[in-house]
Design a protein around this ligand. Sequence first.
Ligand code: SF4
Length: 358
Amino acid sequence: MTVLTPERRAARTPGKPTSLFIPELVYFEPDALSYPKGERIMEWVQELRIPYRMTTSHNRITNLPGEGELEQYKIAKRTLVVGVRKTLEFDQSKPSADYAIPIATGCMGHCHYCYLQTTLGAKPYVRVYVNTNDIMTAAKQYIEERAPEITTFEAACTSDPLGLEHITGSLAELIAFMAEEPLGRLRFVTKFQHVEPLLGIAHNHHTRIRFSVNSDYVIRHFEPATARFEERTRAAGQVARAGYPLGFIIAPIIWHDGWQEGYAELLAKLAEELPPEAGKDLTFEMIQHRFTKTAKAVIEKRYPKTKLEMDIDKRKKKWGRWGQNKYVYPDEQQNALREFITERIFEHFPASRIDYFT
Ligand code: SF4
């Protein structure tokens, strides 16, 4: 199997669109083939002549091709596992939503800072679930339990589901389902641009599509194998014209040489490229860069040449929800970043809302 480096895959030739993800190897859990979605994915795999294998469970995948940990990691990121979601208890997803709705786990992107580096540990392959009806039934129960409150579900907690939509169609199903739920709302975030299959769906304004954006420096240095900035903003324009509520997550906000120019340019470019209707119902979320000691060790191993600054001495220690200290920027830097970017947001989008800075 030929393994291209993430950098080569991500070669962002100007004007050349970021291509759809085609896995190099697919595993099927046998139960998955009893669902129509599992069958459809199998047909797609056979049509494209992608090599595939059967596995009793994703936990038993131990024989991925490739020599050495790094090569196996890269291959795992191009490996798809098609299975059934067994745990239908949803995790909480604060501050972005009430619950995480699980339709996929893992991602083919190679963002150096991605938290999946540690949460997925030794299993970084991309998993999709074929029992979407079970997942929607569980979501309905959560909505009913919280009535008359509105319940919000985040579909991108453990993956970038838009990058997998051409394989699964799961977002389209969730959007259509949520459109009929007076007290249900869906949201997801993406670094990909393939929104076409979602544009014609009757969404009833119950789904907010957010794009993850950043300064040119951060995108160029730390986000290989994702869509280019212009592709994301073009897709955001399409989403706004289709009447979806729209949002941007600026994350991770990174203190780098020229950060003020970088983030000012980001907001100015967004304002330039978006249609005027996009500004009417627009949200921003801001997340400063953070890391744990475990994440730092993993990132340095997987992306040994990364320019990502992870110097503990320059950071402020903060107790993390998962029992590990995380390292954020000292207050002075946090405040400077928050204030500067907030001003730029309201300068260009005075009617927008900032949901949080964390
Ligand atoms: S696109 Fe998102 S989920 Fe995928 S690697 Fe990048 S940060 Fe992680």
